[in-house]
Write a protein that binds this ligand. Sequence first.
Ligand code: P53
Length: 476
Amino acid sequence: MPGFKADFLWGGAVAAHQLEGGWQEGGKGVSVADVMTAGAHGVPREITDGVLPGKNYPNHDAIDFYHRYKDDIKLFAEMGFKCFRTSIAWTRIFPKGDELEPNEAGLQFYDDLFDECLKYNIEPVITLSHFEMPYYLVTEYGGWRNRKLIDFFVRFAKTVFTRYKDKVKYWMTFNEINNQANYHEDFAPFTNSGLKYKEGEDREPVMYQAAHYELVASALAVEAGHAINPDFQIGCMIAMCPVYPLTCNPDDMMMSVSAMHRRYWFTDVHVRGYYPRHLLNYFARKGFRLDITDEDLHILKRGCVDYIGFSYYMSFATKATADNPQLDYDETKSLVKNPYVKASDWGWQIDPVGLRYSLNYFYDLYQLPLFIVENGFGAIDQKESDGSVNDQYRIEYLQSHLREMKKAVVEDGVDLMGYTPWGCIDLVSAGTGEMKKRYGFIYVDKDNEGNGTLERSRKKSFWWYQQTIKSNGENL
Ligand code: P53
């Protein structure tokens, strides 16, 4: 039976702000991640007005990858990584975001980091914007509600494409661009788009406007990237949480279709270069008048992505209700618990079959290569006195997902480029700012309050993943 391609990209994924630390080193500016405090499950991270004294900002020091990346990459190489997904902190390159000239120290840091990867034949896979845009663009420009952000982002993209054109082949533009479909909470609009809502503001059209500017910026970046190096593979990055109907009641089924429309139209625009009709009709019904020009529509067509990168952690479920005849989806109200699956300690529903479903969903719709750029199990680990961590639960989560991924490739014929599980080394949680929500194959000695030696040690899953890569998934 055929398995994964010989050049399948096994690796791991992280984001700059969640592991680098060094928040003021090498001329780095303050990012949106630098003004978010630590929260917990059910306790949102506070978004402060700038960096305030006496608050705990876990991303400032994170796991100090900025100084320790050589040792960490050596451990990734020991696991056999073929690729390593990280992001470029925009604020290392353009500290405020609107400068005309880049910061050389920041550019040099990523040159050194990519050289270190290439030394071990590890292919860098790079996200341009992963929840870490310059905070100055929020305070001075209002974040992505402002069209000017397009030019700033495209300048950033062209700068790094040109600088790293012979070192990096695989890129993605905006991490989990569709998280902001959850616009009633403060987290996603701020991390995706630098949006801080005004009191009483109608949040939804602001979100659509920001997303539109991002999609235009992404298309311009794709076009520019292909001109800089025609071998570049530039993808989108979607948070895939498929929304199932709670029952086979036709009304529940239609509610799930509506929910999928609201969460995944972003992929349509990235891949096809135009807006789906259901969304244009929705804008008309809601009376949203967005700034979408004819020139924008041409740009979207010219900048279609080469592949679909996506994260997969969990599935959702929804149902129709009598008070919602138009099937409007509101992510804070419309989701229900799926009685067929269990959940993590943070309430994330564990659904390996949902990964096979997601791969089929994307491939049936778009026939583009797919890349699973995040998947993983956030859990509390217990480090034993000899330094070991027996994370059998993590192995089980990953193994069950990989088995479904393999069925999608072998039985369903999905074209899959690679698999990079999230947080291959323990890092700061994006959603909660905690350290104790761990994903890694490598344990990092640090707690929620920032105490610890930062020492690295190999968990049981380290050896399991090493074997998985070595056998190219034959052991699953
Ligand atoms: P944490 C929500 C839903 C799915 C993925 O998340 C999400 C989020 C935001 O919390 O984020 C992605 O750290 C994101 C990573 C993040 C990872 O999933 O909240 O791309 O930056 O760390 C895991 O457990």
